[in-house]
Every structure is written in C-alpha cells, then in structure tokens.
Design a protein around this ligand. Sequence first.
Ligand SMILES: Cc1cc2nc3c(=O)[nH]c(=O)nc-3n(C[C@H](O)[C@H](O)[C@H](O)COP(=O)(O)OP(=O)(O)OC[C@H]3O[C@@H](n4cnc5c(N)ncnc54)[C@H](O)[C@@H]3O)c2cc1C
Length: 191
Amino acid sequence: MNSEKLPKHTESFWHKTSHVNEYPKLDKDLYVDVAIIGGGIAGILAAYEIAKLGKSVTLLEARKLIYGTTGFTTSKLSAQHNIIYNELIERYGKEKARNYYDANMEGIEIIKNIAKKHDIKCELKEQDAYVYTIDKSKVSHIKKEAKAYENLSIDGELVEKLPVDLDIEAGIVMHKQYEFHPVMFLSGVLK
Ligand SMILES: Cc1cc2nc3c(=O)[nH]c(=O)nc-3n(C[C@H](O)[C@H](O)[C@H](O)COP(=O)(O)OP(=O)(O)OC[C@H]3O[C@@H](n4cnc5c(N)ncnc54)[C@H](O)[C@@H]3O)c2cc1C
C-alpha cells in the first residue's frame, strides 16, 4: 500500500469494539503490599494473581489502561510464534524446547480459566494457528520445524494449504490454539 494512503493515527479495533471503565487518579499516598506499574496484560494479570493471594495491590498506569502494546495486538493466544522450535532444540535441547511449548499452553489455560471463573465474555475461541511461507527457498525451514513438532510431540503438522484463499509453498499448523478479544478480557479482569 502507498504510505500516503495509510491513516495518520493508528486506531485499535479492540478499543473501537469494547469499553474500559475509568478508574480514579492517584491523588494521595497509598500504602499497599504490592504496587504494579503498567496497565497492560502483564500488569493487570500480575495484579490479579497477587490480589488472589490476599495481598493489597495497586495498579498504576501513566496513560490509559490497556492502551499500550496490549491494546493493539493480533489477539492470538498461541504457542506458535513464527518458527522457533527447531532453533530451541538446537540451542537449548529438547527438554527446554518442550518446556517452552508447555509454558505457552499453560498461559492459554490460565486465560481460559480466568474467563470462565469470572464469566468474562471475551470472544475466546479455539483456533488452529498457522505459520507458512510463499517463498520456495524457505520450505526447508518449514520442514525442519515440522520435524521439531514431531520430535516434541507438539499437536500440529506440515500442511500444503491454508484455510484461506492464499497460495503457499508450505506451512505448519498448530492445533488447539485460541483467539480472544484482549480489551474485553482485561476489562473483565479489572472489574
Ligand atoms: C503488532 C503486535 C501484535 C502482537 N500480537 C500478539 C498476539 O497476537 N499474541 C500475543 O500473545 N502477543 C502479541 N504481541 C505481543 C504482546 O502484545 C505484548 O507482549 C504484550 O501486550 C505486552 O504487554 P505488557 O503489559 O508487557 O505491555 P503494554 O501492553 O505495553 O503495557 C505497558 C503499560 O505500562 C504503562 N507504563 C509504562 N511506563 C510507565 C510508568 N513509568 N508508569 C506507569 N505506567 C507506565 C504504559 O502506558 C502501558 O499501558 C503483539 C505485539 C505487537 C506489537
């Protein structure tokens, strides 16, 4: 796309389709067990987990809640981050590579459990995740990654087609991944 046609300001689809409650400005000294700086997914979920332990928590946001990186993501909850597993095995070994996958999958479970426990409507939906190439010279990388999935018993495999109308040279699907509406989810957690 010609850059002149790009909008001057980025807008978040997630903010356009959801609402975040206003919270009061900090206007006095507070004494709490834990103060957390930053109202993105990391800060909000850390505050949630610490509050659950019975500690008093204050979450401090300099600008607007969920308006940092978290308000502008692609909203996938996935253990598939580009091609990474073959490299993780080569650099750190099979056990650590599998730990990485398990940690990511556990993260998805945590979000699912919080949404369920508090009945947060956040368009949480199971999806397959894909990584693919349209470049013939990159097919060998995709094949190596598929072997790494096999080696680590990751639920996924090599594919020749995507479920969308796009010709690819090769791809890998990872099953049982999720998508959600990050602002709806985190507004629910804040409440
Ligand atoms: C385009 C894009 C797409 C992405 N897509 C995905 C995806 O699909 N799935 C996925 O898992 N990850 C995705 N990511 C990564 C993910 O979005 C980030 O890792 C995550 O949102 C970071 O959350 P955070 O809470 O650490 O940071 P942020 O969401 O940036 O929150 C940090 C907050 O701290 C506040 N802050 C900073 N300094 C101070 C201060 N001194 N005092 C008070 N407040 C302060 C900021 O204002 C901000 O609100 C994507 C990233 C990008 C850029």
